[in-house]
Ligand binder design. Structure first.
Ligand SMILES: Cc1cc2nc3c(=O)[nH]c(=O)nc-3n(C[C@H](O)[C@H](O)[C@H](O)COP(=O)(O)OP(=O)(O)OC[C@H]3O[C@@H](n4cnc5c(N)ncnc54)[C@H](O)[C@@H]3O)c2cc1C
Length: 388
């Protein structure tokens, strides 16, 4: 059993070594002296940068370029525990990892979201997802092989990670087929469970994305809820069936399984937090990123996106550091964020604004440009070179 409260020095335990967890660990390490222990726990020893999976699909990146061992954190004085978190006790601020108990004076819960492709019968067996590194690699090979027919992109539920990703995926597949010179022989359809692209960001953003899809001859079917899939055929709740030669899908998500037995889970199964401080109902326990549910006034949740996990991590880390150091300064997450939409190999749109603005998010979208594409490349560079 590891009891961290072995002196007057506060310790911080971070659950999850994804975008939010790593950002929080690094920020805390910079702000706190070495006498304060920072421990990050993650199921797997490696981190991979999900926003670049679509570049793996296009062949612009190899998996090895966007994957790094988490052990890099140890060189900075962050303790690393690799293992499955089996239990979280937010009252005692205690975590059980493969039978071992780890305590923290402060907990930051950043466990992301689990995929739930199984909720749609046949989906995982019939298609390939671009939401995992292996899936992105596999799609890259399949798209290289296809010569004619129909590619279908599907969002299997309205709630998924990164609202832009399926739309980027459609545009990038279009770009890949054009580069091969076979776009005229391959149709692309996007069947989406949600009523509009990036609907949470507002109708101006949805319309801009729809216009790009239209310009690229990608047929878009919103509010088209898939119910099952079998080899070569998708079935929808309106009774329609659609054939395909290649299916690329975004899976539904569900709360990380460890939350199902923890008091941390709210009525939705996700973690409810104060939208500005990210504090849960349990003192000293914070939650950031995809495992939180932050309802917006429009009745939709704040999107699951790395940009928010990152900003929230910095706010929580700063507040914990201030508290430990007795500094009265407090930071607040204000709902600002931006989202890249890669539209071809060298250009991206960028939608950014205030997602907390009342009564609805105020988000502007910039037309596709090389500058926005480069901004995403720079963000990727910083994560891969500076975070680990
Ligand atoms: C294809 C794709 C493209 C995307 N593009 C963008 C983009 O351009 N911009 C953007 O902002 N966002 C993008 N996202 C979304 C972004 O990747 C996520 O929102 C972000 O990773 C969330 O960060 P997180 O720290 O909350 O969770 P994660 O990064 O998912 O990290 C969670 C970590 O917790 C670990 N974990 C879970 N359960 C346990 C357990 N029981 N025990 C131990 N460890 C556990 C996991 O292994 C994981 O390492 C994209 C996502 C996908 C799939």
């Amino acid at each position: 059993m590891t009891k961290s409260k072995d002196s007057n020095n506060d310790s911080v335990v971070i659950l999850g070594g994804g975008i939010g967890g790593i950002a929080a660990a690094n920020r805390l390490r910079r702000r706190l002296g070495g006498e304060h222990r920072i421990t990050l726990i993650n199921k797997y020893p490696e981190f991979s940068f999900a926003p670049s999976y679509l570049w793996v699909m296009t062949g612009a990146r190899k998996a090895s370029q966007i994957t790094k061992p988490l052990s890099g954190l140890q060189r900075r004085g962050i303790d690393l525990e690799i293992g499955n978190i089996e239990e979280i006790d937010p009252v005692e601020r205690k975590v059980t990892v493969q039978g071992r108990e780890i305590y923290g004076d402060h907990l930051i819960v950043a466990l992301g979201a689990d995929y739930n492709a199984e909720s749609i019968p046949g989906l995982a067996d019939s298609g390939t997802t671009f939401a995992t590194l292996l899936g992105a690699e596999s799609l890259s090979r399949s798209i290289a092989e296809i010569q004619r027919g129909k590619v279908v992109i599907n969002t299997a539920a309205a709630l998924y990670r990164c609202p832009a990703a399926p739309y980027e995926s459609a545009l990038l597949i279009d770009a890949m087929l054009r580069r091969k010179g076979i776009r005229g022989r391959v149709d692309i359809e996007l069947h989406a469970a949600e009523p509009a692209p990036l609907a949470v960001a507002g109708s101006n953003v949805s319309e801009a994305v729809k216009e790009i899809l239209h310009q690229r001859s990608i047929d878009y079917y919103p509010s088209h809820q898939i119910t099952s899939a079998e080899n070569g055929l998708l079935h929808f709740s309106d009774g329609q069936s659609v054939s395909f030669d290649l299916l690329a899908y975004m899976p539904p998500i569900k709360p990380p399984s460890v939350l199902s037995t923890s008091k941390l889970a709210g009525s939705t199964g996700w973690i409810e937090v104060d939208p500005n401080s990210l504090l849960t109902q349990f003192p000293g326990v914070y939650a950031i990123g995809d495992n939180t549910n932050i309802p917006l006034q429009i009745g939709k949740p704040l999107p699951r996106a790395g940009v928010f996990a990152h900003s929230q991590a910095l706010v929580v880390a700063d507040n914990i550091a201030s508290m430990i150091k007795g500094d009265s300064h407090t930071a607040a997450f204000d709902g600002h964020g931006g989202c890249f939409l890669e539209s071809d190999f060298h250009r991206a749109s960028y939608a950014s604004g205030n997602f907390y603005a009342p009564p609805s998010p105020k988000v502007n979208v910039k037309s596709p440009s090389r500058r926005s594409h480069i901004a995403k490349v720079v963000f990727e560079y910083n994560v891969m070179r500076r975070w680990l």
